[in-house]
Design a protein around this ligand. Structure first.
Ligand code: EPU
Length: 417
């Protein structure tokens, strides 16, 4: 077990380089098995979710070469086996093997995915959508079994614009003779990144990034080299760190267009951001103002930044209301923020934050990935020492975070116990 210890009060200065997107790469890796040639994925992030996926690939007899600059995946000897293991439950994205294996073998068996507990996270839309492709699906004791004699394309309307269901249906459909159409598809940049990857491999996917995606089946896919887009949530996290404690902090290797919702909100609460090509420069606001925020699907304010924004708003002068519309219980971090001195009330699916609060370091626990990042932000501004336990959650999505913060002048260390 490991914990992060932060001595608050430092100004974050210098430059941080943002890595490849977690939620993109966790789909690109399962997607890579759809071709028998070698695939290289550049700009992959150094996070534990990637390590787990590489481990899962081994069970499928898919080999990987992990270089500093790229990850090479070779599926020429892939076998279809039942993916039942604890590692499948370590992350959410293991469910992409449903779509990918089904497309390859007309058959897939996996155990149900895990990931952060953010309240109930059903996969009914994945199941309903894939069933419509003439596939039988059995859910039994934590296992999901999919089988089809012949997959057939259809028009699938998603009741909710789900990122995971959109990608899983795309993966399942790439080889289906004819057309599959997804209506009310999710529009997140990660979906565009995955569709571009598959198209570079020879797939025919139109409309990614819009609400209607059309997949025309092809016979096979070929190898390609592909770059993971910058992680907009990691970038947003460092920008929020900068808004809390930065002094001309440079967040580099970002796609500013993917961060419009965050930048608009920061400008409203008196945090100045300078966008310079792929860099965003941010400093602590002299007088942070409170905000009203509603999380929404892309291009709205991302739920994945909600908890970190909540931590920032503890420092704003006045009352902020943050309404979470994607995961109604994504507030587990608030108990620990309160322990650090914040004044927050949870009412239904909203956090009401009464600021500003002087935070004081104490021992807290990362409840989940983004909740853990919110505690880091609190630790940056808190007096004295903040000790964050259960930090494995944080390493699922933030590569090199302790080293990065050290380089930005933060008194931070990782301790094993
Ligand atoms: N939903 C259903 N049924 C389904 C699928 C989703 O009701 O079958 C609901 C969910 O419960 C949620 C909403 O639809 O209320 C949206 O969920 P979505 O499927 O879009 O989320 P996801 O694919 O499970 C991905 C990211 C999450 C991110 C969400 C929303 C991955 C691996 N995870 O999850 O990332 O919060 O999209 O943008 O891509 C994170 O990075 O911290 C994280 C949790």
């Amino acid at each position: 077990m490991r914990k992060i210890i932060i001595n608050g009060g430092a100004s974050l200065q210098g430059e941080v380089k943002i890595g490849g997107s977690k939620n993109s790469v966790v789909a690109l890796i399962p997607a890579a098995i759809l071709c028998k040639d070698k695939v290289r994925i550049y700009n992959y992030p150094n996070i534990s979710d990637v390590e787990v996926l590489i481990d899962i690939l081994k069970d499928l007899n898919v080999s990987t070469i992990v270089e500093k600059d790229y990850l090479e995946i070779d599926s020429s000897n892939i076998i279809n086996t039942s993916l039942v293991s604890e590692k499948m439950s370590l992350l959410r994205a293991s469910y992409y093997f449903m779509g990918a294996l089904l497309a390859l073998f007309n058959h897939a068996e996996i155990n149900l995915p895990g990931g952060c507990y953010l309240g109930p996270r059903p996969i009914d839309l994945h199941v309903k959508g894939i069933k419509q492709l003439n596939c039988e699906i059995d859910l039994d004791e934590g296992m999901i079994k999919l089988h089809s004699n012949k997959l057939i394309g259809d028009k699938i309307f998603l009741d909710i614009a789900s990122v995971g269901a959109t990608i899983n249906i795309i993966l399942a459909s790439v080889f289906i003779n004819g057309q599959t159409i997804i209506e009310n598809a999710a529009k997140e940049p990660e979906i565009v990144n995955v569709a571009n990857f598959l198209n570079n491999m020879g797939a025919s996917i139109e409309g990614a990034g819009t609400g209607i995606i059309k997949i025309t089946g092809v016979k096979s896919l070929h190898g390609t080299n592909h770059e993971v887009i910058p992680d907009r949530i990691e970038a947003g996290t460092y920008i929020l760190f900068g808004a809390a404690a930065g002094k001309d902090l440079i967040v580099n290797h970002v796609e500013p267009l993917h961060l419009n919702a965050l930048i608009a909100k920061l400008n409203k609460c008196n945090v100045e951001t300078i966008v310079d090509n792929n860099k965003i420069i941010v400093s602590k606001s002299k007088k942070l103002l409170p905000l009203n925020i509603r999380t929404a699907v892309y291009p709205g304010f991302p739920t994945d930044l909600q908890q970190i924004m909540t931590a920032l708003m503890t420092q704003a002068n006045g009352v902020s209301i943050i309404n979470e519309t994607i995961y109604s219980s994504r507030f587990k971090n608030c108990d620990d923020l309160i322990k650090l001195g914040a004044n927050i009330q949870i009412e239904n699916s909203s956090a009401i934050i009464f600021g500003s609060s002087k935070l004081k370091g104490t021992e807290v626990t990362a409840s989940d990935l983004r909740g853990g990042a919110s505690l880091i932000l609190a630790g940056l501004v808190a007096e004295n020492k903040t000790v964050i336990d259960n930090v494995e959650h944080i390493f699922r999505g933030y590569g090199n975070i302790v080293e990065n913060l050290k380089n930005l002048n933060v008194d931070i260390k990782l301790e094993e116990y």
